[in-house]
Write a protein that binds this ligand. Structure first.
Ligand SMILES: NC(=O)C1=CN([C@@H]2O[C@H](COP(=O)(O)OP(=O)(O)OC[C@H]3O[C@@H](n4cnc5c(N)ncnc54)[C@H](OP(=O)(O)O)[C@@H]3O)[C@@H](O)[C@H]2O)C=CC1
Ligand SMILES: O=CC(=O)O
Length: 324
């Protein structure tokens, strides 16, 4: 008999079929308690779980006594209670690498659009404000040859450094928990403590995972030491930044502008003060959102679950030690 799994995200037909050749699949809309109650038997017998974005916590795991493997269509996994998974020897698979280049493109798009005010001035054209040759009130600031600070020199940080170094001649300053020789040798990146990166960068780009250590890592004190001309970019996770402090820093002119793909609360509430600031580019968490990359992520997650339920956890596994 095929193992049973729960699928809580729509997949392209070809991938759903691939999953169905290996497993007996129950498709559910989400992981809300009412959905779990409605499909109680399927959750009770499922050995695998595949989807993205939803919280996978102790309460859910209690409804899934047979669960052996979870597979998320994302690289970030802050929505999973990894300690609870470890305690039950449940492996967690994720999708690093396949999305790296696309997310780095998004970061570069945020850098360029914030600096050159692309969204703001394009809107002004659409509402008919371009009535004569433009003046300094439409100007932006240069990107090329400015110092790019990267906080989190992992896979995505490295791909961003590559673009900025070779494409835009930008000196790279970075912070991570350890030195990254590849970034230093290939892109002449310079390591600095967090304070140095914040103080010396023209662009401060956050590409960190959300953990206990990174929660609100960037707040009032950190914005206060950035250059007044600094542009702040966040494409890691929203709660890494104290959003109230960010709004204050933007309002008070402590920094020039911000480009944001992630927020403390998503979807970003329509009454968020960020949306009334002209110097903010706000994107709906589209870091990896291209047709090609989202397909590759879903395919990777399907393969990951097949591997994990066959005891193969050498690749893409967050907690291989949990494998039984
Ligand atoms: N906006 C979007 O759509 C997307 C967002 N993301 C987010 O980006 C994150 C990074 O992805 P990826 O680059 O693949 O991950 P990696 O694990 O490759 O890189 C994470 C980096 O963060 C650093 N880091 C972790 N904790 C700290 C800390 N406390 N202080 C300083 N540095 C720290 C790591 O340091 P060290 O190298 O020293 O260990 C590493 O350099 C994901 O976890 C996810 O949250 C990812 C994809 C899309
Ligand atoms: O935010 C997206 C991810 O893959 O993590």
């Amino acid at each position: 008999m095929k193992p049973s799994i729960i699928l809580y995200k729509a997949l392209p037909d070809v991938l759903q079929q691939r999953l169905e050749t290996h497993f007996s699949v129950t498709r559910v809309p989400d992981l809300k308690p009412e959905t779990v109650a409605q499909f109680a038997d399927a959750f009770a017998s499922a050995q695998g779980l595949l989807g993205s974005s939803e919280k996978v916590d102790q309460a859910l795991l209690e409804k899934m006594p047979q669960l052996r493997a979870t597979s998320t269509i994302s690289v970030g996994y802050d929505n999973f209670d990894v300690d609870a998974l470890n305690a039950r020897n449940i492996v967690l698979m994720h999708t690093p690498t396949v999305l790296t280049e696309t997310v780095a493109d998004t970061l570069m798009a945020l850098v360029l659009s914030s600096a050159r005010r692309v969204v703001e001035v394009a809107e002004r054209v659409k509402v008919g404000e371009w009535t004569s040759s433009i003046g300094p009130d439409w100007f932006g600031v240069d990107v090329h040859h400015k110092t790019l600070g990267i906080i989190g020199m992992g896979r995505i940080g490295l791909a961003l450094a590559q673009r900025a170094h070779f494409g835009f001649g930008m000196p790279i300053l970075y912070n991570a928990r350890r030195h990254h020789t590849e970034a230093e040798e290939r892109f002449q990146a310079r390591y600095g403590d967090l304070e140095t990166v914040l103080k010396e960068s023209d662009f401060v780009c956050v590409v960190l995972p959300l953990t206990e250590e990174t929660h609100h890592l960037i707040g009032e004190k950190q914005f206060a030491i950035m250059k007044k001309s600094a542009i702040f970019i966040n494409a890691g996770r929203g709660p890494v930044v104290d959003e109230t402090a960010l709004v204050e820093a933007l309002r008070n002119g402590e920094i020039l502008a911000a480009g944001l793909d992630v927020f403390e609360k998503e979807p970003l509430p329509i009454d968020s003060p960020l949306l009334s600031l002209p110097n903010v580019v706000a994107l709906p968490h589209i870091g990896s959102a291209t047709h090609e990359t989202r397909y590759n992520m879903a395919a990777c997650a399907v393969d990951n679950l097949i591997d994990a339920l066959n005891g193969k956890v050498e690749k893409n596994c967050v907690n291989p030690q949990a494998a039984r």
